[in-house]
Design a protein around this ligand. Sequence first.
Ligand SMILES: [Zn+2]
Length: 146
Amino acid sequence: MSAKLIKCPDCGRTNRVPAAAPGTPRCGNCHQPLPWIADAGDATFQQIAGQSPVPVLADLRAEWCGPCRMVSPALEQVATDLAGRIKLVKVDVDQAPKLQQRLSVQAIPALMILRNGQVVARRAGAAPASDLRAWVEQTIDREHGA
Ligand SMILES: [Zn+2]
């Protein structure tokens, strides 16, 4: 299972964050929640996104896609703002043809929120971090029945 090096937004310590875990990652130094960002493909999506302990914000993208590159930092900002509450899972659709078909991705970037592996919200195209954060928060709050 792959891991990413994530810098703690609170203390600056670099942590090794696994792509899949039973609980949300915390900084080994200051114990604050860390942004959880992982890459997934056809073979790993079920484990990384389907079994996530928190809602997943999935970013279906491709290297050649300009709007995808534009929205990527905004999504990472949302993952940082909502550390401990969501997991950002990036999927390169060129490397994941089965997922692209199963999730009915017609255009990229395709953004989806999944809970327990089920898509509960989706949108297409780039947007500012503030818009994306509001969308994610509204969706996961609604899912909590709040
Ligand atoms: Zn820290």
